[in-house]
Design a protein around this ligand. Structure first.
Ligand code: CP
Length: 308
């Protein structure tokens, strides 16, 4: 029987192409399940999962919880703001206390890069990284590639540009790893100040002209400017950023082909993307959200089958 090469999902960096293929095949099955009238399977009735979120989340948190419930796992939710972390308890003590309640898997979002990796070395449960600072967001990259595969039949050979704040984006790094593993051609586009130095070493090209990037690509993955991770100004004004890197309907209409528009959310409408683009037929933003549940069901199922 096929199984993942890893016991935790800490980043796309630790996966191989076979892992991604297996996750996608498993997600195909679960996507069919969640579109039935009875959307639930009893597969993980004996598994307990803790979702621990130290940072805000809408899509990822709800999507994981729904995925776990669709698989019939028992679910507990932990929000850092209402916890004893405020009284000085360490991350390891917090998680070990949760695990002593017989929890099998921890899904964690944390502001510090590497928090999931650190935890996986100190606790016995399977760890799923739901976003660690500006490092990785592996399930987002998996659902993004899965959505490209669904829309364009395959990922290999496709031209994908990731536009925006690459420097502060865990979505960008995980997407680069996932797309390159699957044989896509990847460019990043944004202000020079928001593109990490030496990013070419990951096998991607840098394009600072949005129109050229859009003319080249099959898919544009639009990212939000992450003001909450910025302690200095990286561009003069939001208006100037939008003028140079915002995608509008009129820009898309001038291209000689129809490209696919993606966005991981949350969207800043009118900044990186206008509403008429976000809500257009070219946008697969809500398909990404739908696919997130199937992808997370696949990841949880495959990791759970390694701890049984
Ligand atoms: N895409 C994403 O991670 O969104 P949330 O921050 O709402 O989970």
């Amino acid at each position: 029987m096929s199984e993942l090469s890893v016991n935790h999902l800490l980043g796309i960096k630790y996966l191989n192409k076979k892992d991604i293929d297996l996750i996608f095949e498993t997600a195909d099955h679960f996507k069919e399940v969640i579109n039935r009238s009875i959307k639930k399977v009893p597969t993980l009735r004996d598994i307990t999962i803790a979702n621990i979120f130290f940072e805000n989340s809408t899509r990822t948190k709800l999507s994981f919880e729904l995925a776990e419930k669709r698989l019939s796992a028992d679910v507990i939710n932990f929000s850092a703001g209402q916890s004893s972390l405020k009284k000085g308890e360490t991350l390891i003590d917090t998680v070990n206390n949760i695990l002593s309640m017989k929890v099998d898997m921890v899904v964690m979002r944390h502001p510090n890069p590497g928090a999931g990796i650190f935890l996986s070395k100190h606790v016995s449960a399977a760890i799923v990284n739901a976003g660690d600072g500006a490092h990785e967001h592996p399930t987002q990259a998996l659902l993004d590639s899965y959505s490209i595969r669904e829309k364009l039949s395959e990922v290999a050979g496709k031209n994908v540009v990731i536009v925006g704040d690459i420097l502060h984006s865990r979505v960008a790094l995980s997407n680069i790893f996932a797309l390159k593993l699957q044989g896509a051609n990847v460019k990043v586009c944004g202000p020079k100040t928001l593109i990490p130095k030496h990013i070419e070493s990951l096998g991607v090209e840098v394009e600072t002209n949005l129109i050229k990037a859009l003319e080249w690509c099959d898919v544009a993955n639009m990212l939000r400017v992450q003001n909450e991770r910025m302690d200095i100004s990286y561009f003069p004004t939001t208006r100037e950023y939008t003028q140079q890197f915002g995608v509008t309907k009129s820009i898309l209409q001038k291209l000689d082909k129809e490209i696919v528009i993606m966005h991981p959310g949350p969207i800043n409408r009118g900044v990186e993307i206008t509403s008429d683009v976000a809500d257009s037929g070219q946008s697969i933003i809500l398909n990404q959200v739908e696919n997130g549940v199937a992808i997370r069901m696949a990841v949880i199922y495959l990791l759970a089958s390694k701890i049984k």
